[in-house]
Design a binder for this molecule. Structure first.
Ligand SMILES: Nc1ncnc2c1ncn2[C@@H]1O[C@H](COP(=O)(O)OP(=O)(O)OP(=O)(O)O)[C@@H](O)[C@H]1O
Ligand SMILES: [Mg+2]
Length: 231
């Protein structure tokens, strides 16, 4: 079954039971994310594309859905970070379908939030992103894949709060597929937080990571080519 056809269907996710998939919330290189109804609560269901599953399998033995769930959980449980991270609720790594169930974030992608305001955003918002990195590093969590299409801006008590929701990047320190970086990190020559600091520095330079992901959204930030609600 194609990923598009999963909209408005109920799928059985092994251990997790039935999930009713509603409209597409967004799409990335490795997954399509649906709004779902699970055990009576609204959730986000991230269904991995075959290409994403295979790409991950070339780097690690564990299935991508388990990897992302465990990494998401490590961030969510790190001291001080729960408020900046989507809560992971469960994963399914069946042979047909790999999926992650996550807290539904009712917000706007940082990129579109920033664009809609012509860059005039509350200073506390980006300070929150910086704090997220500080707290992650304090918990020895590195390589956050930190860019403006991986952070949702959610209004909480009248304040705009950044929330990270994408965790499927295998950290450089674990990626033997690039032996030089891996060796340098293991030998202590290269600091493991270097990439995150660079991503933070370049966070508002939208010319690098953002353009290839924009193809999945229209100019207002709605997912392209997928219905927002049942026709
Ligand atoms: N928990 C969530 N709540 C609401 N929307 C979400 C949630 N998780 C993801 N999305 C939407 O789905 C899109 C794709 O999600 P995500 O970036 O996790 O996918 P990906 O395939 O891992 O991306 P990448 O190409 O960065 O690997 C997001 O840009 C966002 O619009
Ligand atoms: Mg992403």
């Amino acid at each position: 079954m194609t990923l598009e056809r999963l909209s408005h269907r109920t799928v059985e996710l092994d251990a997790l039971g039935d999930v009713r998939l509603e409209e597409v919330l967004g799409e990335g290189g490795r997954s399509v994310v649906y709004r779902g109804d699970w055990q009576g609560r609204p959730v986000a269901v991230k269904v991995f594309k075959r290409h994403g599953v295979e790409k991950h399998a070339r780097k690690r033995d564990d299935p991508i859905a388990r990897f992302e769930y465990e990494r998401n959980l490590a961030f969510f449980q790190a001291p001080g970070l729960a408020g900046f991270v989507a809560e992971p609720l469960g994963f399914s790594a069946g042979p047909e379908l790999q999926a992650l169930i996550q807290e539904f974030l009712d917000g706007e992608l940082y990129y579109f939030y920033h664009a809609r305001r012509g860059g005039d955003i509350p200073p506390a918002l980006f300070q929150g992103v910086e704090k997220m990195v500080r707290l992650a590093h304090a918990a020895s969590l590195f390589d956050l894949d930190l860019h403006a299409m991986n952070v949702m801006v959610v209004e909480e008590n009248g304040e705009a709060v950044p929330k990270l929701f994408d965790f499927n990047l295998v950290p450089w320190s674990e990626r033997r597929s690039n032996p030089w970086v891996w060796l340098m990190i293991k030998a202590g020559i290269r600091k493991p937080g270097r990439r995150d600091r660079r991503m933070l520095r370049d966070f508002h330079d939208f010319s690098k990571r953002v353009p290839i992901l924009l193809r999945y959204f229209d100019s207002e930030g709605h997912p392209r080519g997928h219905p927002r609600s049942p026709a």
